[in-house]
Design a protein around this ligand. Structure first.
Ligand code: NAD
Ligand code: DAU
Length: 353
């Protein structure tokens, strides 16, 4: 038996696999298309580990996935594979529709066929866990209560609309066909191996490179931040203890305005890696044009997963962000490897052109 992880060469997927194999010996079959965001360097420590099998594959490939499911006797699936960057979805939504909607649909079809053919006991214990986002709920007012699982879906960007569609498909496959599926909706993750297109790694990278730290609009947009390892633990616990057909919100109880996040990163860097010529990294902060349709605030009520499953975040933003900055300082080689070629084209297109 083994678990199938899709998108396991990405940020959260690779953290999840590393964490999983540090805790147990159950093998992991990892399928990933290796888009610009997929990076096998993240899993270099597993290069000769027999418990990890990597297959370069699109989640839309029904036929190969069906064969892999049977060959590896997969007992559970965690679906991370997605196009995940909001700004890219604004520049070009097509890949988001293709992977997040059509890809999830094809993957679900493979699951349905495979699951139907399992023995009764295996059918009952099988799990399909779909990893989703808090962005499906839309934008919150300043004083509105945090998102709960029964909030109405109200996605605003092509990214969040495509994730909302995939959530609806997963729900429908449970409701209509009985597929034992669960959905998790998580807030903003940060930590090791995050591609430097997202706010936190981009800010650390630019600060060290001596380039501007771009803040969209007034920088007062609020996100809830969760250290990636806490997200991975939550997913493991939902896989084991979650009630089939249910949705669980996951968050860090750490609402911060973007400007505060970037200033905190600068404060840490000022101490850990003082600028050669003196002064603060804060001097590099630059206000730039706002993201079109920018959601103002997200916040998560993670009461349900706490009550039903006993999960709570272990890392505060203060401890998590310090660990993260230190990881990037210690892993400049990883950053250099992922910030060439296609990455530079993205920066040019989005920030400079
Ligand atoms: P990521 O962009 O770092 O990684 C995505 C991975 O999926 C990459 O390795 C990529 O190569 C792979 N992939 C893309 N299209 C594929 C396809 N068609 N077939 C197979 N593999 C494909 O994303 P992430 O930040 O690790 O996010 C993982 C999941 O978690 C996504 O579903 C995302 O929506 C969700 N999520 C992310 C966050 C966050 O803050 N990063 C928060 C909540 C939920
Ligand atoms: O909420 C969960 C979501 O968090 C995930 O579903 C997405 O996959 C993930 O990318 C993330 O989406 P965001 O749009 O919130 O993340 P991002 O890091 O792109 O931006 C965080 C905030 O910072 C957002 O308000 C936009 C702002 N920002 C971002 C960048 C890249 C800036 O001000 N400047 C920037 O250069």
């Amino acid at each position: 038996m083994c678990i199938l992880v899709t998108g396991g060469a990405g940020f959260i997927g690779s953290n999840f696999i590393l964490e999983w194999l540090s805790l147990c010996d159950e093998p992991v079959l990892n399928i990933d298309k290796l888009t610009y965001a997929g990076n096998l360097y993240n899993l270099a420590s597993l290069a000769i580990d027999q418990r990890h099998t990597f297959v370069k594959l699109d989640i839309s490939d029904y036929t190969v996935i069906l064969k892999l499911l049977a060959d590896h006797k997969v007992r559970a699936v965690v679906n991370f594979a997605a196009e995940s960057h909001v700004d890219r979805s604004i520049h070009g939504p097509e890949d988001f529709i293709q992977t997040n909607i059509v890809g999830t649909f094809r993957l679900l079809e493979a699951m349905r066929t495979y699951w139907k053919g399992l023995a009764d006991s295996e059918k009952t214990s099988f799990r399909f866990l779909h990893v989703s986002t808090d962005e499906v709920y839309g934008s919150l007012g300043v004083d509105a209560p945090p998102f709960r699982e029964d909030n109405r879906y109200n996605p605003n960007s092509p990214y969040s609309a495509s994730k909302a569609s995939s959530d609806h498909l997963v729900h429908a496959y449970h409701h209509t066909y009985g597929l034992p599926a669960l959905i998790t909706n998580c807030s903003n993750n940060y930590g090791p191996y995050q591609f430097p297109e997202k706010l936190i790694p981009l800010s650390i990278h630019n600060a060290l490179a001596g380039t501007p730290l771009p803040i969209y609009g007034d920088g007062q947009q609020i996100r809830d931040w969760l250290y990636v390892k806490d997200h991975c633990t939550a997913i493991q616990m939902v896989l084991k203890y979650g009630r089939v057909g249910e949705t669980y919100n996951i968050g860090g109880a750490a609402e911060k305005a973007n400007l505060e996040v970037v200033r905190t990163i600068c404060d840490i860097l000022d101490k850990e890696n003082p600028k050669a010529g003196g002064g603060s990294y804060k001097e590099q902060i630059a206000f730039v044009k706002d993201r079109p349709g920018h959601d103002r605030r997200y916040a998560i009520d993670h009461g349900k997963i706490g009550r039903e499953i006993g999960w709570e975040p272990t890392e505060s933003f203060t401890t998590g962000i310090r660990k993260t900055v230190r990881w990037y300082l210690a892993n400049q080689k990883w950053v250099a490897e992922v910030t060439s070629g296609a990455y530079l084209e993205w920066i040019e297109k989005h920030y400079i052109a």
